[in-house]
Design a protein around this ligand. Structure first.
Ligand SMILES: Nc1ncnc2c1ncn2[C@@H]1O[C@H](COP(=O)(O)OP(=O)(O)OP(=O)(O)O)[C@@H](O)[C@H]1O
Length: 363
């Protein structure tokens, strides 16, 4: 489902001026606090009315200031999942899900997205007896009951502690991999975005700094300043060769070679995404020997991007994948880095956090 968002809106002292196009799947709105992410999805939901512009989801125009179109929120077929699950405490889980749709039978049968949430065994419980992650899974199920054409999620992990996040994320990944409903996902956490999204919209100060396919933006060295130097990094698509490779490690295969990374709790043969931060990649012109680092991938430099500061972003072709390295300008010069140069990327196993591993391969 193609989308077009092109809106201007003054909110107090804040000026929102956001334009991007999308192609369905999961579109992450990523940016620092106060950059305008929630304001954009509120405009899509019809919870606020932009001063000017245009919003189209598929073939439905929801807002067109020139044409005098403003579809009211209840006619937009938009599901909204907030930071807090907002369940009714006096109703069971099943009643919460069916709330407002008494005529509609709730059943996970035949809906792969809904089944992926794994909530059947929770139906008779009170929301008081759910963990934060379980409650969010129920909130997503409830949002699906209106048979939305699009699902908006505003930082659904923000209110969860680290343990609950780790428990909830695999369900969310499975859900977005299975559902056919386009999702707009607001987050300021790049590890979540890297695991969940197909498309990325980077927001800065009320404007769209970048938008496009996630993998493309994350492997563009010129985008590093918009993503943030600490957060920037490319995604490797890997297959789990041996989840239990001993020593608390898993053995993964990427198109460029074998990797040993912290243990992942998935079946052998599973396809997943691994985010490798640019600042965790060391480059060497010769194949290093006697290093403690377990992962040494042959690469070819495809682009060297010099920014304002002391760092240089280097895009590397590694088999079919792209890696990104951030090194000092001084090192880049000393090594004579330039497009076409063959080198080796060195990645410490322990530098890759479990939270950076696990996104389902889509398709
Ligand atoms: N109704 C309003 N009136 C005045 N200012 C507003 C209004 N709504 C939003 N703002 C301001 O607009 C800016 C963007 O807010 P928004 O919630 O869209 O950002 P965000 O990127 O989602 O941030 P966060 O991650 O903190 O939720 C903020 O400075 C906020 O205070």
């Amino acid at each position: 489902m193609s989308t077009l968002i092109d809106i201007k809106q003054r909110l107090g002292a804040f000026q929102l001026e956001a334009r991007f196009e999308g192609e369905g799947g999961v579109t992450a709105l990523f940016g620092p606090s106060g950059s305008g992410k929630t304001s954009v999805i509120n405009a899509i939901a019809g919870l606020s009315r932009p001063d000017a512009g245009y919003i189209r989801l598929g073939d439905q125009v929801l807002f067109d200031s020139d044409g005098g179109v403003f579809v009211p929120p209840h006619q937009r077929r938009v599901g909204y999942v907030f930071q807090e699950p907002r369940l009714f405490p006096h109703m069971s889980v099943a009643q919460n899900i069916a709330y407002g749709r008494p005529s509609q039978q709730y059943s996970t049968n035949g809906d792969a997205g809904l089944s992926a949430l794994g909530i059947e065994h929770l139906e008779d419980r009170s929301p008081r007896d759910l963990s934060g992650g379980e409650a969010q899974r129920v909130a997503i199920a409830r949002a699906l009951m209106s048979q939305p054409k699009v699902l908006l999620m505003d930082e659904p992990l923000a209110a969860l502690d680290e343990a609950r996040k780790a428990e909830f994320l695999p369900y969310l990944q499975a859900f977005v991999a299975k559902t056919n409903i386009p999702v707009f996902y607001v987050s300021h956490a790049m590890n979540e975005v890297a695991q969940l999204a197909d498309n990325l919209v980077v927001m800065r100060d009320g404007r769209v700094a970048r938008s496009g396919p996630l993998a493309q933006i994350l492997s563009d060295p010129a985008a590093i300043s918009d993503i943030g130097v600490r957060e920037a990094g490319a995604i490797l698509n890997v297959t789990v060769a041996r989840a239990e490779a001993g020593d608390g490690l898993s053995e993964l295969t990427s198109s460029a070679g074998r990797l040993y990374l912290p243990h992942v709790h998935v079946e052998d043969g599973a396809a997943m995404r691994v985010r490798i931060r640019a600042s965790d990649v060391i480059l060497s012109k010769d194949k290093p020997d006697g290093l403690s680092a377990l992962n040494i991938l042959p690469c070819t430099v495809s682009r060297v991007h010099e920014g304002q500061g002391p760092g240089v972003a280097v895009a590397l072709r590694s088999g079919e994948d792209v890696l990104m390295a951030r090194i000092t300008r001084r090192s880049a010069r000393a090594m004579g880095l330039r497009a076409g140069l063959s080198c080796y990327a060195v990645i410490k196993s322990v530098s890759v956090a479990p939270a950076d591993m696990g996104g389902h391969a889509r398709g």
